[in-house]
Design a protein around this ligand. Sequence first.
Ligand code: FDA
Length: 392
Amino acid sequence: MRSFDVIVIGAGAAGMMCAATAGQRGRSVLIIDHAEAPGKKIRISGGGRCNFTNIHTTPQSFLSQNPKFAISALRRYRPADFIALVERHGIAYHEKTLGQLFCDGSARQVIDMLLEEMRIGGVTLELGSSVESIEPTDSGFVLRLPDGPVAGASLVIATGGKSIPKMGATGFAYQVAAQFGVPVVEPRPGLVPLTFEPGMLERLRPLAGVSVDARVCHGKTAFREGLLFTHRGLSGPSILQISSYWREGDALAVDLAPRTDTGQWLAEARARNGRQSILNALSELLPRRVAELVVTETGVSGNLADMDRKAMEAIIAAVSGWRIKPVGSEGYRTAEVTLGGIDTAALSSTDMRVKAVPGLYFIGEAVDVTGWLGGYNFQWAWASGRAAGLAV
Ligand code: FDA
């Protein structure tokens, strides 16, 4: 039977980082993936340019039942460490916005870099390979693969979450967790567009394709980024960000003009030209179709000079405190990440090992650590992969 010090299941971001790190420490490493190519999500990430990290990464940019869990791994492998690796491989990059670093060229460069790092570490990569079973043994684990059994002293599960099943996401990590009695925080789609009931959708339909700069709030959590009206509801970075905090039944407050004090702006507009229609005035503040929505939703019409206090307050509320109640999300079909996952209470925060199962590790998106949009999820994949790679 073939035997390795380390077997990694999942040749995605976290798995490849872990395998390269362990291989370069002199460990014999096998990494397997059921896909025909490694790093499929890296390839499509960041619109094909891979937003590979965020220079403003802090533990506060991550959601987890234990917000402190990620601190150790993130501290020991920082954005600067990954940037140094990228630079060593001669990959040109740029900051797009809000600390988000993208390749100038293609995400393929990041995959090639990880493959090269694995090659340096002498890692064996096997693609198109599914795990039929995992059996614990006295010295580790035996995996049944289609072409026979293989033994590993350490086993690292790096199969990601459930997001985008079309791309091969399986929820395999949760099955392994169940087999070994490791608790799982219920997974749910994150960084995902939100949907609305048919009546609201009908009212929003004319706006499909329109985007605005917006501030979207859920309780005390707020994101100010683009908001996009779609045929199904709302999307864009601010909505994707807040979707990770939103739960069924919750309302969201949207400021459609976050740069402006709408009350003051309306008062000034009225003082300047009271005979201007409310719709025309609002069209200077918002895209025309959004202004039309505000006017329709509030039922306020006429000129600025005609507005009484109540009408003014209705407009201000609709522009700066638009309350929306999504009915759901687009689900795993389009979710960029999976929230929840392997309960961090079962893992060591220094090296991702399962405390109760010697030799078993979970890393990356499979774990209940989920980053904001903007390169944070890859930084978690690199950091957790590196942490386990140094320990296996
Ligand atoms: P990942 O999903 O990358 O890898 C898991 C691997 O396991 C896959 O190769 C899969 O084929 C394999 N696998 C699954 N089940 C298996 C099984 N049963 N047997 C064998 N192999 C199995 N993040 C970010 O920081 N910046 C960005 O720009 C983007 N952009 C982006 C775009 C899109 C469209 C999506 C869907 C996601 C992003 N993300 C992102 C999120 C990011 O891609 C994600 O968080 C990481 O890829 C997670 O890395 P992992 O290695 O944990 O899982």
